[in-house]
Design a binder for this molecule. Structure first.
Ligand code: ADP
Ligand code: CDP
Length: 232
């Protein structure tokens, strides 16, 4: 038996508020892996489009400049970082305006090509392995991931969690906005939000965050100790 632990790639997908970011960061920290928030990258390119006066409802206009912004993502789960053209984008990408426009930008195929290439290069550079969270990681970005998780939760639980983060927010309005974004993300033509056939689905509605983290850590450890499938 070897003492060296092999690199492991974990894909965590699912709709908003299912616990992807919290779970992915904690699992990466617990296992000494890198971490990538792909939603932050789509938010970052959306922020750049808004800041540069691009009409995000005009797919051709978005496509024409998709390759322009330089997006850099930190991969330390203890200090997630994202810059656009060298500027810290971690605050501006969380505004209501970006949240309401990100699905239109992320549906543009040219945007997805640029961001997917970036995600693959970050994942392949992560020496000890990486937890990558998003909407299409298991289906499109990293179809050969060692472990694929698809998190779900009821719209009510997701809205309650999300509005708990924003002071004075209205749960019903948050729920409607989440459902609108899920519908847009699931129905776009290019790489929609979807569960990969070989993903493990975890319904987090009745679970605490700690229970979800423990479940995913156990699944990674099981996968690591299972004999590798040898291609013949
Ligand atoms: N199982 C859970 N039970 C209760 N709250 C949770 C659970 N998972 C996540 N949360 C909380 O819900 C909010 C959204 O979680 P987050 O990880 O950002 O979800 P996502 O990345 O899927 O949008 C956060 O405030 C987080 O602490
Ligand atoms: N792999 C991914 C990740 C996010 N996205 C897009 O980016 C948006 C923001 O993702 P996010 O993960 O930050 O969203 P939240 O779950 O944090 O609300 C999603 O609504 C999708 O439109 C995507 O298209 N593909």
């Amino acid at each position: 038996m070897s003492d060296t632990v092999e690199s492991v790639i974990v894909a965590i997908d699912g709709p908003s508020g299912t616990g992807k970011s919290s779970t992915s960061k904690a699992v990466a920290s617990a296992l000494g892996l890198s971490y990538l928030d792909t939603g932050a990258q789509y938010r970052a390119i959306t922020w750049w489009m808004i800041s540069n006066g691009i009409d995000v409802s005009d797919a051709a206009a978005v496509a024409a400049v998709a390759g322009k912004p330089v997006i850099e993502s930190g991969t330390d789960p203890a200090a997630p970082a994202i810059t656009v053209d060298g500027l810290d984008a971690s605050g501006p990408i969380r505004t209501q305006e970006v949240t309401s426009k990100v699905s239109a930008v992320s549906a543009v195929p040219e945007v997805r090509t640029v961001i997917t290439d970036l995600q693959r290069s970050i994942a392949s550079a992560a020496g000890k392995g990486i937890v990558v969270e998003g909407r299409d990681i298991g289906t499109t970005v990293l179809p050969d991931a060692d472990l694929k998780i698809f998190l779900t939760a009821s719209p009510e639980a997701r809205a309650a969690r999300r509005s708990g983060e924003i002071k004075g927010s209205d749960v019903a309005a948050t729920r409607e906005a989440l459902i609108r974004r899920d519908t847009a993300d699931s129905s776009r033509k290019t790489s929609p939000l979807a569960k990969a056939d070989d993903a493990v689905e975890v319904d987090t509605t009745e679970l605490t965050l700690q229970q979800v983290i423990e479940c995913v850590v156990t699944l990674v450890e099981e996968r690591r100790s299972a004999p590798k499938q040898v291609a013949r």
